[in-house]
Design a protein around this ligand. Structure first.
Ligand code: NAD
Ligand code: TYD
Length: 351
């Protein structure tokens, strides 16, 4: 079986759903259910004997040690993190706690478990750490995209905390021999994306007649990857990645923020026109820039293609259309997330 941490969040839940759609190998999801963790994302697995949910913190070494001893996973995939740059600017403490200290505690529990395994299981075990392209810092127009050898130059408390976790993961291989893999991925989008990030925020604000806030001049560039393609890349790295290697995952889809927002507005004009018939783009509003806003991210994903044969299946046009359609088709999920009803349930259930 495999353990997925952070599996109630955006990418983690997509990964768990995809995994169980393609395999019968059981999954245990360990998630603290912060504001970003939502069991609604995994609702379709209720009653599915292949899936177990455990509410808990990756930093809780005793809990993790108990889960490892009991379930004996052959793979752990670590998605658990605080993930939103703007929140890291307002309050970096949680980012250090989960992304740095939490990852450290998780690695310690994994090291103890792994070193006690019989030889064959020890050799086959993998710890895959899911990280971000933001650890590489910011590119200027015309710079080559980030390759795996690019210098680490994190600029936000979020990216600095992820960089620290990447270094710890690396050290656990070089010092203790724990068989780790790391993936550094560009910006994801798709179903179950919490509406604090650009794409879901724009879709929901547009539908609710609210302003569509664009930071600064709107010309910052991100390299967008459909979440299903990210999940496929991770499955491939688990299956065939070389221990100790890092793989960059990207969509070959560099877009300015203003172009992303205009694309969403155009699709909504077509699929769900405004009652007054005016274009959604009229709701675009330029707002104060994010402090230290990285200008451009772009991923060179050739290593993953060359060595493991992965390429994204979606283009930005196909992926963004699917995504907008998903939000139009899931008003209950949206209502639950935006009203915070799922948080009340977490308090009731877990105290
Ligand atoms: P998310 O914020 O949607 O989900 C994070 C999940 O982790 C939530 O379910 C949360 O409850 C859980 N969590 C937080 N702290 C925890 C803790 N201490 N113990 C256990 N669970 C905890 O994030 P996401 O967008 O799904 O990102 C998942 C991973 O992928 C993160 O590590 C992030 O750095 C990385 N990543 C994200 C993107 C992106 O575009 N979203 C891109 C590249 C890499
Ligand atoms: P975000 O989705 O927060 O991802 P990240 O900062 O990790 O790349 O933001 C994507 C881009 O969109 C980033 O350049 C900041 C910008 N942005 C806005 O212009 N307005 C917004 O309301 C948000 C949330 C982001």
């Amino acid at each position: 079986m495999i353990i997925v941490t952070g599996g109630a969040g955006f990418i983690g839940s997509n990964f768990v759903l995809d995994w169980l759609a393609k395999h019968d190998e059981p999954v245990l999801t360990l998630d603290k259910l912060t504001y970003a963790g939502n069991l609604d994302n995994l609702r379709s697995l209720e009653g599915d004997a292949r899936h177990t949910f455990v509410h808990g913190d990756i930093g809780d070494r005793e809990l993790v040690a108990r889960l490892l001893a009991e379930h004996r996973p052959r793979v752990i995939i670590n998605f658990a993190a605080e993930s939103h740059v703007d929140r890291s600017i307002l309050g970096p403490g949680e980012f250090i706690q989960t992304n740095v200290v939490g990852t450290f505690n998780l690695l310690e529990a994994v090291r103890a478990y792994w070193s006690g395994l019989p030889d064959a299981e020890r050799g086959a075990f993998r710890f895959l750490h899911v990280s971000t392209d933001e650890v590489y810092g910011s590119l200027e127009a015309g710079d080559a995209p980030f390759a795996e050898t690019h210098q680490y130059q994190p600029n936000s408390p979020y990216s600095a905390s992820k960089a620290a976790s990447d270094h710890l993961v690396r050290a656990y291989l070089h010092t203790y021999g724990v068989p780790v893999l790391t993936t550094n991925c560009s910006n994801n989008y798709g179903p179950y994306h919490f509406p604090e990030k650009l794409i879901p925020l724009i879709i929901l604000n547009a539908l609710n007649g609210k302003p569509l806030p664009i930071y600064g001049d709107g010309l910052n560039i991100r390299d967008w990857l459909y979440v299903g393609d990210h999940c496929a890349a991770i499955r491939r790295v688990v299956e065939a990645g070389v221990v100790g290697e890092t793989y960059n995952v990207g969509g070959w889809n560099e877009k300015t923020n203003i172009d992303v927002v205009r694309a969403i507005c155009g699709i909504l004009d077509e699929l769900k026109p405004r009652a007054d018939g005016r274009p959604y783009a009229e709701q675009i509003t330029f707002v104060k820039d994010r402090p230290g806003h990285d200008r451009r991210y772009a991923i060179d994903a050739r290593k993953l293609e060359r060595e493991l044969g992965w390429r994204p299946a979606e283009t930005f046009d196909t992926g963004i259309r699917k995504t907008v359609q998903w939000y139009l088709d899931h008003p209950e999920w949206i209502a639950n997330v935006t009203s915070g009803a799922y948080r009340e349930w977490v308090t009731q259930q877990y105290g």
